[in-house]
Write a protein that binds this ligand. Structure first.
Ligand code: PEP
Length: 249
C-alpha cells in the first residue's frame, strides 16, 4: 500500500485551549492511522500543541515562516524559532499568502531554501486561479510556481519537500477538482519535476491535493495514481471531519 501524507491547516482559527483540545482528540483518534499526519495550528498555539502531541506520530507544522533566520524583521517568525518549538514541517506559498499578502515565487523560494537549510520539511503550495484555468494557463502557472519555488533545491534535499496542488478556486469554496482533473495536474507536476531532477525523484515525490477535501471525497481523490495525500483546511478544524480523512483507508 502507498503511504500518504495528510496535513491539516488550521489557519487563523482557535485559541490555545481549543487547539490543545483538538490536538488531544486527534492523538486519541489517530492511534491506528497508517499515514503521515501533520497539523499546523496558529503560531500562538504551537508550543502547547507540541506538548499535546508529544509521544504520538502526529507531526507539528507551521503555516508560514519568514525568509530570514534572525534579525530586524518585525512580526516575522524564523525557522530557528519554529525548530525551538518542535516544529518539523512548514506550509509555504499557500494561495492565501500569495494572493492576500502578495508573496512572490522569489520570496517563497527563499523560504523553501531557508526551511531546508534549518531542517524543516516544506510543503510548497501551488495552484491556479479560476481565471488562469479558464484562460488556458493552468500548466504555465503551476509549472512556473513549481520551477521557481524549487530553484536551487538540490536533488539530495528533495525527499524533505512536499508539493501541495491547491486550485485556488477550490479552497474553502466547497468546490473540489474532480479526481480525474486533479490527477492530471499532479501528473503534469511530476513531469515538471522529472525535467528538473529525474524520473525516479519525480515518481517518489509526495504531491498532496488541497481544495475542499472532506470525508466523503477523500477516498476517490486518494485512489488516483498521482495523488499522495491531502492538505486540508476547513475539514481539519474538527476531529469528526479530520479523523475520517486521515483514516480513509
Ligand atoms: C487550504 O486552505 O489549504 C484548503 C485546502 O482549504 P479547504 O480544505 O477549506 O478548501
Amino acid at each position: 500500500m502507498r503511504s500518504y501524507y495528510i496535513a491539516g491547516n488550521w489557519k487563523m482559527h482557535k485559541t490555545v485551549a481549543e487547539s490543545v483540545t483538538l490536538a488531544q482528540e486527534l492523538v486519541e483518534q489517530l492511534k491506528t492511522c497508517k499515514h503521515k499526519v501533520m497539523i499546523a495550528p496558529a503560531f500562538t498555539a504551537l508550543s502547547a500543541v507540541a506538548q499535546a502531541i508529544r509521544g504520538s506520530s502526529i507531526v507539528l507544522g507551521a503555516q508560514n515562516m519568514g525568509p530570514e533566520a534572525q534579525g530586524a524583521h518585525t512580526g516575522e517568525i524564523s525557522p530557528l524559532m519554529l525548530k525551538d518549538l518542535g516544529v518539523q514541517a512548514v506550509i509555504l506559498g499557500h494561495s492565501e499568502r500569495r494572493h492576500s499578502y502578495l508573496e512572490t515565487d522569489e520570496l517563497i523560494n527563499r523560504k523553501v531554501l531557508l526551511a531546508l537549510e534549518y531542517g524543516l520539511q516544506p510543503i510548497l503550495c501551488v495552484g491556479e486561479t479560476l481565471a488562469e484555468r479558464e484562460a488556458g494557463n493552468l500548466e504555465a502557472v503551476v509549472g512556473s510556481q513549481v520551477r521557481d519555488g524549487l530553484k536551487g533545491v538540490a536533488l539530495s534535499s528533495l525527499g524533505s519537500v512536499t508539493i501541495a496542488y491547491e486550485p485556488v478556486w477550490a479552497i474553502g469554496t466547497g468546490k473540489t477538482a474532480t479526481p480525474e482533473d486533479a490527477d492530471a495536474v499532479h501528473a503534469y507536476i511530476r513531469q515538471v519535476l522529472a525535467g528538473l531532477y529525474n524520473q525516479k525523484a519525480a515518481d517518489s515525490m509526495i504531491i498532496q491535493y488541497g481544495g475542499s477535501v472532506k470525508p466523503d471525497n477523500v477516498s476517490q481523490l486518494m485512489a488516483k495514481p498521482n495523488i499522495d495525500g491531502a492538505l486540508v483546511g476547513g475539514a481539519s478544524l474538527k476531529v469528526d471531519s479530520f479523523s475520517p480523512i486521515a483514516l480513509f483507508v
